[in-house]
Design a protein around this ligand. Sequence first.
Ligand SMILES: N[C@@H](CCC(=O)N[C@@H](CS)C(=O)NCC(=O)O)C(=O)O
Length: 267
Amino acid sequence: MIILYHATTAVCAAKVRVVLAEKQIAFEGRLINLHKGEQFNPDYMKINPNAAVPALIHDGQVLIESTVINEYLDEAFADHPLRPISPFARAQMHLWTRKEDLIHDAINTMTASMVFRHELLEKSKEEQLARYSKIPDLAKREKWRRMMDEGLNSSITKEALGRFARHFAQMEQALGTSKWLVGDEFSLADAGLASFFYRLEMLEIAHLWEEHFPQVSRWYQAIKARPSFKAAILDYVSDEDHAKYKRISAPLSGEVKTLFAPIVAAM
Ligand SMILES: N[C@@H](CCC(=O)N[C@@H](CS)C(=O)NCC(=O)O)C(=O)O
């Protein structure tokens, strides 16, 4: 039996749901409401001491870290394999999956500076602090504080956009010669990025790749055409979430485009 601790829109949790859907593995979901701070509940932190989703329990064994969970699922469940067989191709796949944490950090930066910040600025100082002051990792906590204070003008935002530019350029190169990131079979490398791209789309900044990286655009359309995209990502995002992201992000989209242009031009 599989239990997944997740949150509806959290991209790392959606990353695991994509793999569960691709491999057609049934699971029991337990939602953790990150906005209410349920990730800091001591009982949950016994499961995931990082106070984050996802966490997965398989036959009583606890797993955390979405990249590790996805690799575990593919190893533990043989049907619908998502890792290439050849050692070289598998190494290429790992080169992609090991970068997911860095890209997730950049996704989190954009979400914090474009959406979370604007929601939190409407709340009291106490409520703002309550949202991030219990994050166990001090660097992450400090990043939240800076995003609240500095927003899109922060050097953290520029660093995140630089990461996207480099990642998209590497993807563009790989996708110039193959259908998916590693050869012509969909793998964990592709699965791990699906929810990240959707978050950027929800933030109204799909122009980051659409205006510069045609192969990446082609790849994302193919990702969206897979049944796992609907089952693991779209079905968990409410109309209310969509409306909220659009309302807050759309006015900031042009600003992000202006910040991104010189970064891409300098590559
Ligand atoms: N490297 C971890 C990152 C987990 C993570 O940061 N998850 C986010 C949601 S995508 C979270 O739960 N954040 C807690 C918070 O917002 O306080 C993974 O890939 O599992």
